[in-house]
Design a protein around this ligand. Structure first.
Ligand code: B4P
Length: 194
C-alpha cells in the first residue's frame, strides 16, 4: 500500500499534480480543501464553519479537519493507497494521521514537497481567481496571509516527516508534465527501497 502526502504552499499545484498521480498509481485522492468546498456548496453546518476560516485564508481547526479526514479514510478500507492533498497542514494533524495509519498497519510512504517561490504562488492564485470563484484566491492580502500561515504552521510538517526520512523536495516550476515526471521519479525511487 502506498500512502502519499502531496505537500506545498497554496497554489503550488498539489491538486493539479494529485490528479496526475492518482491515475498513474491507482490511488484514492483525498483533498481536504475539496471536501470543505463540497460542504460549503451543500450549505452544511461544517461548510459554514469551514467557510468562516477559509475566506480569511486561515486554517480550519484541527479537530474538525482530523475528524472529517478520519471518516473518509475509514469509509475506504479497500483502496490500494491514499494521496493526501492539503492534509496534514499542522504537526497535530500529522501525528493524528500517523496514529490512524499505524492502527491500519499502513504508514506514510513519502511526503513529496512542491517548492515554489511566493511571487509565483501569488500570480497563480490571482489567475485562478478569474475562474475559481474562490473568495480566498483573488485578494493579495488574503493570499499573503495563506502563505504566512503555511510558513509558520504548515512548513514544520515537512520537518516532522524529514525526521522519519520521508520528505522529498521537488521544484514546482515548469510545465505541469515536467513536474509530474519529477514527482514520479522521486516516488519510484522511494518505492524501490520500501
Ligand atoms: P486547498 O484546496 O488545499 O488549496 P490550495 O492550497 O490553494 O491549492 P493547490 O496547491 O492544490 O493548488 P492547485 O493545484 O489548484 O485549501 C484551501 C483552504 O482550505 C485552505 O486555505 C484552508 O483554509 C482549508 N484547508 C484545507 N485543508 C486543510 C487542513 N488540512 N487543515 C486546515 N484547513 C484546511 O494550483 C493552483 C493554481 O496554479 C491552479 O490555477 C493551477 O492551474 C495552477 N498551476 C498548477 N501547476 C502549475 C504550473 N506548473 N505552472 C503554472 N500554473 C500552475
Amino acid at each position: 500500500m502506498i500512502n502519499l502526502i502531496l505537500f506545498g504552499p497554496p497554489g503550488s499545484g498539489k491538486g493539479t499534480q494529485a490528479a496526475k498521480l492518482v491515475e498513474q498509481y491507482n490511488l484514492y485522492h483525498i483533498s481536504t480543501g475539496d471536501m470543505f468546498r463540497s460542504e460549503i456548496g451543500n450549505k452544511t453546518e461544517l461548510g459554514l464553519l469551514a467557510k468562516s476560516y477559509m475566506d480569511k485564508g486561515a486554517l480550519v481547526p484541527d479537530e474538525v479537519t482530523i475528524n472529517m479526514l478520519a471518516k473518509r479514510v475509514e469509509d475506504n478500507p479497500k483502496v490500494k493507497g491514499f494521496i493526501f492533498d492539503g492534509f496534514p497542514r499542522t504537526v497535530a494533524q500529522a501525528t493524528a494521521l500517523d496514529k490512524m495509519l499505524a492502527e491500519k498497519g499502513t504508514p506514510i510512504t513519502a511526503l513529496l514537497e512542491l517548492v515554489v517561490p511566493a511571487e509565483e504562488l501569488i500570480v497563480r492564485l490571482m489567475n485562478r481567481a478569474k475562474t475559481s470563484g474562490r473568495v480566498d484566491d483573488g485578494k493579495p492580502n488574503i493570499i499573503k496571509n495563506r502563505i504566512q500561515v503555511y510558513r509558520e504552521t504548515t512548513a514544520p510538517v515537512a520537518n516532522y516527516y524529514d525526521e522519519q526520512d520521508k520528505t522529498y523536495k521537488v521544484k514546482g516550476l515548469g510545465s505541469i508534465e515536467e513536474i509530474t515526471t519529477k514527482l514520479t521519479d522521486a516516488l519510484d525511487s522511494v518505492l524501490t527501497t520500501v
